[in-house]
Design a protein around this ligand. Structure first.
Ligand code: PGD
Length: 755
């Protein structure tokens, strides 16, 4: 963050800024109104490195034509011209849709892409594929794979995610924060679409200054900021549900639960109570029972339950809790615990889901949509839960249980990805490599030579936001930003829109896709049609001609003081929840009717897989502090945290000693599915027996004799299983691993080099 005053306005998922680019490089100045700008801005000068600078076609595909191929990911690439690649790809798209039908095209294309309402990569690829007749899509996200399907049954909507109680209300009213999975400051740096004011940390400090207490329940101490003076309870990973059930047991047996709230606002209380007290399975979920599972002393569990009942308590449930095998359970048990306390709908009480997960959670949302590129209509009914991508490619015609349905996987012939990095975000990357050998053709638009680009047949060079114009905004932020072009496109890179427009022209659907507009005309059109549709008190005074040079307009009407479920609390008959009962469902007849043993009809402790002596450590593979997912992993801020070019693996000092390792040593981490190299960093900020390796180091399979990934991507280690048959969400947060010394010098990291 070294920029002088001046520069042009721009925005990113991790902050608004001004920037200038010249022969000396990129200079970035954070938005002066941002109270706590993110150091992730320091990665931006990396935007010129590791670039795809012209179209490439994999040699085997160019010479042999489309078809399954195990050479994907190891074959070399032939640089080609745009004039050659556009008809080549258009012909292949036409072949697949004509011969196999549109359901043979997988266009889910999951990923965060970049800030910007028009060049939003997923919207662009979906609009383009819809103009061609549709595609097999994906539903849900890697962030919240279990949450949305579960919450739809339990509270009828995703309101706890979309509109939780806002920070100003918490700062004023909450007496006790009990933070399952923490509220990690590192994740609150980012927000899908952008964030011009990083406010979360300040509000939590204000709550602390007023006298609020914080209890952090996480194996990692830095899941809550130091300055909140939290009490740290470090359970064994994956055992929060047992702890929550024991807290419920104390409330029930000591008559500290809120009978009135339960009677008016909840259905299924009797079933839940019977289970917690052990009437149904003869296992009372006592503090002693939970202590043996989670490792937190029974006496502290009991006293915490009493404190929660006696204080205005916010039960904060992180997104990471549910990103694990049977991840539905801690979320549902957390909602049940909050229901027992009876504070749901009170200012500062109840539960929240995702505080700290992004800068936007708890910031308050706008009551209207932002300018949005229409995606058209997808007539293809087929879909997958997003994290089932490898299953889809490996099992054409196979079946998948999902939320009471039994899906059939289509036979995918062409995979189209733009704005995502599955070789970063998916689990068991060796299996994903096998899955990527199956289609006839893999197409990737990417600015950078990511592992996903390297596993494609056709790689098309996309611009970064810095090289194009866009409108930046997020529904939780107070400004709409004119993202001016800062730099010229690198090499032959084109905007995704320009690439799709050329393909659409070749395929005869130019008008459907472009509507005859240039990118700049689209910006003006999206802005003006949005402004015209707003209520007068919200519509900006500035038209597009005034907005663009001004660099920003305020977004009015954000609900900054909001309490989740206040109206439902006040009158559940007048404001019922959209559940079958209109109430919070602690027992769901619908879920029960599915008959899933991995997600029964009420929250339950589903025993973990037995410990395996071959893999004695728990790995926490969480989101990184030094970059957004895998983005700009080669940027200066991300690179500075690496050791000998590897991702740091944090380990308790006693475990470092027990395994006979040295600080800074590059070691191998192994699980039942694969291995990666990483560098040892001793830390007493973890529970013993737990190691932590952030996601996002670019997958590097260049030396398989040393490890599945020699750089430190934890998805070389994680298992590719869904949370349960209900949601089939991503389970990448946890794995069982061991660590071992290397017997040969570590091979070089090639992930950021040329393809
Ligand atoms: P990103 O690194 O953001 O990761 O997975 P996701 O795929 O979103 O990838 C975005 C890609 O888009 C980058 O390669 C970037 O270069 C490219 N890109 C950016 N802008 C553009 C553009 O304008 N056009 C084109 N064509 N490309 C662009 C994130 C996912 O990972 C998420 S959201 C979560 S929460 C998961 N978390 C975990 C986890 O906790 N643990 C594990 N083990 N695994 C996870 N994976 C998931």
């Amino acid at each position: 963050m070294n920029g002088p005053p001046g520069g042009r306005p721009h925005s990113s998922h991790w902050g608004a800024f001004h920037a200038a680019h010249d022969a000396d490089g990129l200079r970035v100045r954070p938005d002066p109104a941002d109270p706590e700008p993110s150091p992730l801005l320091d990665n931006l000068p990396g935007f010129t490195r590791a670039r795809v600078t012209r179209p490439h076609v994999r040699r085997g595909w160019l010479t042999g034509g489309p078809g399954p191929d195990t050479a994907r990911g190891t074959d070399d690439f032939v640089p080609v011209d745009w004039a050659e690649v556009v008809p080549l790809l258009a012909g292949e798209l036409d072949r697949v849709r004509t011969v196999h039908g549109n359901r043979a095209i997988f266009g889910g294309s999951y990923g965060w892409g970049s800030a910007g309402r028009f060049h939003h990569a997923q919207s662009q690829v979906h609009r383009f594929l819809n103009a061609l007749g549709g595609y097999t899509r994906s539903v849900n996200t890697y962030s919240l794979g279990a949450s949305r399907p579960l919450l739809r049954h339990v509270v009828g909507s995703d309101a706890p995610i979309a509109e939780p109680t806002t920070y100003p209300v918490l700062a004023e009213h909450t007496g006790l924060f009990v933070c399952f999975g923490g509220m990690p400051a590192k994740n609150a740096q980012v927000n899908a679409g952008g964030v011009s004011r990083h406010g979360a940390a300040g509000y939590l400090r204000a709550a602390r200054a007023r006298g609020a207490r914080f209890v952090l329940v996480s194996p990692l101490r830095d899941d809550l900021a130091d300055d909140l003076d939290a009490e740290w309870l470090a359970p064994e990973p994956g055992t929060d549900t047992a702890l929550m059930l024991a807290l419920a047991h104390v409330l029930l047996t000591e008559d500290r639960h809120d009978e009135g709230f339960l009677a008016r606002h909840v259905t299924g209380f009797d079933a839940f109570r019977g289970y917690v007290l052990g009437h149904t399975d003869h296992v009372p979920k006592t503090p002693d029972w939970a202590a043996a599972i989670c490792g937190i002393p029974a006496a502290r569990i009991a006293s915490l339950a009493r404190e929660m009942a006696a204080t205005r308590t916010m039960i904060s449930l992180s997104w990471s809790l549910q990103r694990a095998h049977r991840g539905e359970q801690p979320l549902w048990a957390g909602v049940a615990l909050a229901a027992l306390l009876g504070q749901i709908g009170l200012p500062g009480g109840g539960f929240g889901h995702g505080y700290g997960a992004t800068a936007g959670t708890g910031a308050g949302v706008l009551p209207y949509r932002l300018p949005t590129l229409p995606q058209g209509i997808n007539p293809v009914p087929d879909f997958i839960p997003v994290a089932r991508i490898a299953d889809l490619l490996l099992n054409p015609g196979g079946r998948c249980d999902y939320d009471g349905q039994r899906l059939t996987y289509p036979d995918i012939r062409l995979v189209y990805w733009s704005g995502g990095n599955p070789f970063h975000h998916h689990q068991d990357l060796a299996r994903l490599r096998r899955a990527f050998t199956r289609p006839d053709t893999v197409v990737v638009h990417e600015p950078y030579w990511t592992a996903t680009a390297r596993h494609a047949d056709i790689v098309l060079p996309a611009t970064t936001t810095l090289e194009r114009e866009d409108i930046g905004g997020a529904k939780e932020d107070p400004v709409l930003i004119a993202m001016h072009r800062i730099a010229e496109p690198q090499g032959q890179a084109r905007d995704d829109y320009a690439i799709f427009a050329a393909l659409a022209a070749e395929l005869g659907v130019a008008e459907e896709f472009t509507r005859g507009r240039t990118a700049r005309q689209w910006l003006a059109h999206l802005y003006e049609s949005w402004r015209a549709g707003l209520a007068p008190e919200h519509a900006p005074a500035e038209d597009f001609a005034a907005f663009w040079p001004a660099g920003r307009v305020p977004l009015r009407g954000r609900r900054e003081r909001h309490t989740l479920y206040a109206a439902f609390r006040a009158d559940p008959d007048a404001h019922p929840l959209p559940t079958p009962s209109g109430r919070i469902e602690l027992f769901s007849r619908t879920i029960d009717s599915f008959g899933y043993d991995d997600c029964p009809g009420h929250p339950a402790w589903l025993p973990q897989d037995p410990p395996d002596p071959a893999f004695p450590l728990h790995l926490i593979a969480n989101n990184p502090a030094t970059r957004l997912h895998s983005q700009l992993d080669h940027g200066p801020h991300s690179a500075a945290a690496k050791i000998e070019g590897r991702e740091p693996l944090r380990m308790h000092p006693a475990d470092v000693a027990a395994f006979g390792l040295r600080p800074g040593e590059v070691i191998r981490v192994r699980s039942a599915v694969g291995s990666c190299l990483a560098a040892v960093v001793p830390s007493d900020g973890l529970r013993r027996g737990v190691v932590q390796l952030a996601t996002g180091a670019w997958f590097d399979p260049s030396a398989p004799q040393a490890a599945t990934c020699v750089h430190g991507n934890p998805n070389a280690l994680t298992a590719d299983v869904g949370t349960s048959r209900l949601a089939q969400g991503c389970t990448g947060q946890l794995a069982r691993v061991t660590v071992e010394r290397l017997t040969a010098p570590p091979p070089p990291v090639r992930a950021h080099g040329p393809a």
